[in-house]
Each structure stands twice: as C-alpha cells, then as structure tokens.
Ligand binder design. Structure first.
Ligand code: UD1
Ligand code: UDP
Length: 389
C-alpha cells in the first residue's frame, strides 16, 4: 500500500452512485464538496442508466466516473433495468468496499444502489430524502423507490422541513435527519455564475433565444412515465394552442425517452413558434430558464430550480411530492388536462399582478449551501463523530 492509499483510508471511503441526468446535476456539488476533504477517498459509480443525458452533465462538471456500468438499453423496462443495476452495482461494491454509499433521489439507480449496499451491510446516506406524494402511482415508480431508499438509509438529507417532518411521521430516527436545502440550488447557482464568466458555454441555446427575441418564452419539459400516452397527448394539444399566441414562443428541450420524443416531434416539429431542441447541456438549460417567462413541466428538478430564478411553474402532474412550491405560491398543479393547462397559462400571461405574485414568491427549496452541510455530516460520521441536526 502506498502512503497516499494509507492516508486516504484513514479518512474513509465514500462511494457516490448516480445514473441519470438529475442525479448527476444534484450530486456534482456534493462530489466536489467531498473531494475537497483531505484524506477522504471518493469513488464515483455511474450506472449509465442514462447515457447521452448523463454524459452531458458529467462532462460539464468535470467528473470522470471510477466505474461506468453502461446499463442503458433502448426503451428499457423497469424490471430488466432493476436487475442489471442491482447486480452491476453489487459487484462494484464488492471490489471497492466503501465505508459509506451516497445515493440521491428516487430513480431506479438510487433504489438499486441503496439495495445493493444494504445487501453488503454498507450504510447509506440519502440525498433529497423525505419527499412524499402519498400516491404510489404519482410519481411512478419514484414514490416507492424513494420510500425504499428511506427504509435502508441511516442518514437522511431532507431538502426542507416538510420533507424532514414526513420522515419523522414515518418513525425515522430524528437524529438521522438533517435539513440541508436541495443541492440542485447549489448546482444552479454554481452553473449560473460559470455562465456569467464563460458565455460560450451556452452556445447550444443562444441561437434559439435569438430567433425568438422579443417574444415571451414558455419553457416546456415533459418525460414522466405516468404521463405516457393520453397525458402526453393532452399536453401537446395545449402547447399547440399556446403556440398560436402572437407574442409567445415555446421552447421544448426533448427527453430522449422513446415514449416521449417521437410523439413530441410528430405533433410540434412543424409549428413556427415552437423550437424543439435536443437535450441541453446544463449551462444552456439554466440560461434558457433565466430567459423564460414561465415554465410548463412535469419534471421534479425544474419545480425546485424555477423559483430560484423567479419563474412561475405550472406542474403538469396530478400531484406532487414537492408541495413546498405550491404552498409558497411558486408553482401550481395543472395536471394534464388541456383546458386547465391553457387557463392557468393564459392567466399568467394576461394578468401581470398575478404573474408577479408567483414570480416574487420566495424559493422554498434551499439556499445553495446544501453540499457543504452534507459533507460535514458524512465526514464527521466517518471520523466516528456526530453532528447536531
Ligand atoms: C428516469 C427516472 C426518472 C427521472 C428521469 C430523469 C427511473 C425509473 N426513472 O426516467 O425518475 O425523473 O430518468 O430524466 O429511474 N434514453 C436515451 N438516452 C439517455 C437517456 C434515456 O436514449 O441519455 C432513452 C433510452 O431509450 C432509455 C429510455 O430513454 O431506455 C428511458 O430511460 P429510463 O432511465 O428508464 O427512464 P426515464 O424516463 O429517463
Ligand atoms: N435539464 C437539463 N437539460 C435539459 C432539460 C433539463 O440540463 O434539456 C435539467 C434541469 O435543469 C433539471 C434536470 O435536468 O435540473 C431535470 O431533469 P429531468 O426533468 O430529466 O428529471 P426529473 O427532475 O424530473 O427527475
């Protein structure tokens, strides 16, 4: 063993597991914070549940995974994906033998990462713990994935007090719950500052914004499994109508899921005031968000990011595990009903006072310092100490 290896072992060994775009976005600040810790060995295990969309974030954040399981297959099913993830992650954990595993959120990667660690009795820290919709089919399968991770984790990083309380209500040991803010706000602020210093980073979106100069931009994203089929169809009906408004342009960065992208292209590609764009690198996406007037989305992360830039969000879901946005007035639930989406969008476009009330509501999801808090708790625990919560 080299001196360096000995020093690293003295500080402990953390394995951070990630596989999809949002996990990489929400974990890159955490990985950077952990890597600042002298003597701590940090291993990044990418499952490759996403490919292009994951690689975009890893490249931007300068993260080269120590392991890449490359599990993605076109149109993957949940059961086959789960099997590949548990066995793949398990064998990496057998070789790396970390002291602690970190997973984020509610994806198949997070759930399988926690499960594979549990099978080896490796403790698990859960970033973005405690979000609950209390409906196991909305979001599906994320609601149950998140509860499974919560059942395994011994360290719960809740982004808000609401999420922390949800865990306490489920009899999770209060001493293991830390309210940190959501690390997506760290990612957003870090990236926005980078874009200000390096404008070339947003080349993928600037020409699209230039094309629609003078119009109010509606940013649209959609990818949720529970919206496939009829829900997506109604969303696309609504966008088709919104695109007829003279002073509005719609920009929709497409998700690569084959249950989404072909349908979006078929319905919207020929509409002049709609720009369909490839999945955007994170700097370009944050720039687009900054220049948008409002957001229509079924995404989780965007419900948290948009209020940090003062952008109203209409959430195209039946329910949300992020009620803080609804309570704070930064977001409204509109479901996938065409008429409801149109009515709420028109209200925000026409009534400036109503728009400003939403835009000025304060962001309940964090202050951009979550990653440092998470690092403090993890490193203290590796040193056998505890941190008051
Ligand atoms: C996954 C997560 C979801 C998360 C979303 C973020 C699960 C079960 N779902 O959903 O919680 O909100 O990521 O985007 O964990 N594809 C590509 N290239 C990519 C990414 C996806 O081609 O870079 C295509 C592939 O055909 C793949 C399909 O999209 O099979 C679906 O990917 P998958 O990760 O299973 O589901 P998502 O809908 O992306
Ligand atoms: N995002 C991105 N490029 C895009 C669309 C989204 O970088 O073209 C970012 C967005 O800022 C947010 C995250 O991806 O942080 C959301 O990912 P997604 O909607 O795929 O997943 P969810 O948040 O619903 O799990």
């Amino acid at each position: 063993m080299t001196d360096m290896e000995r020093e690293e072992q003295a500080g402990g060994h953390v394995a951070v597991i990630l596989g999809t775009r949002p996990e990489a976005i929400k974990l890159f600040p955490v990985i950077a914070a952990l890597r600042e810790e002298a003597g701590l060995r940090v291993t990044v295990i990418a499952t490759g549940q996403h490919r292009e969309m994951l690689d975009q974030v890893l490249a931007m954040a300068d993260i080269v995974p120590d392991h890449d399981l490359a599990v993605m297959q076109p149109g993957q099913t949940l059961d086959a994906l789960t099997a590949r993830l548990v066995t793949g992650i398990g064998s990496v954990l057998d070789s790396e033998k970390p002291d602690r595993v970190v997973v984020q959120g509610d994806t198949a990667t997070a759930m399988c990462g926690a499960l594979a660690a549990y099978y080896r009795q490796i403790p698990v820290a859960h970033v973005e713990a405690g979000l609950r919709s209390y409906n196991i089919y909305h979001p599906w399968p994320e609601e149950v994935n998140r509860k499974m991770v919560g059942a395994i984790a011994d360290m719960h990083f809740a982004p808000t007090e609401t999420a922390a309380q949800a865990l306490r209500n489920e009899a999770v040991d209060p001493a293991s719950i830390y309210v940190t803010g959501n690390s997506v706000i760290d990612a957003l602020h870090l990236t926005h500052a980078r874009v200000a210093a390096e404008p070339d980073l947003v080349q993928a979106i600037q020409p699209v914004l230039d094309r629609h100069a003078g119009k109010r931009i509606i940013l649209i994203t959609t990818h949720r499994r529970e919206n496939f089929g009829a829900g997506l169809d109604h969303i696309l009906d609504a966008v088709t109508e919104l695109a007829q408004l003279p002073d509005v342009a719609c920009i929709l960065p497409m998700h690569l899921n084959p249950n989404v992208r072909p349908f979006v292209e078929e319905r919207l590609a020929s509409i002049e005031s709609v720009s369909l764009v490839e999945p955007l690198d994170y700097p370009s996406f944050t720039w687009l968000l900054w220049h948008s007037y409002l957001v229509l989305t079924d995404s989780g992360g965007l419900q948290e990011e948009a209020p940090a830039f003062g952008k109203p969000v209409l959430v195209m879901r039946e329910t949300t595990e992020r009620p803080e946005g609804i309570d704070a007035g930064t977001a409204r639930l509109v479901g996938t009903d065409r008429a409801k989406i149109l009515a709420e969008t028109h209200a925000l476009l026409k009534d400036e006072a109503a728009y400003l009330a939403v835009a000025r509501a304060s962001n309940p999801f964090g202050d951009g310092a979550a990653a440092g808090r998470i690092r403090t708790v993890i490193t203290a625990s590796l040193a056998g100490k505890s941190v008051a919560n």
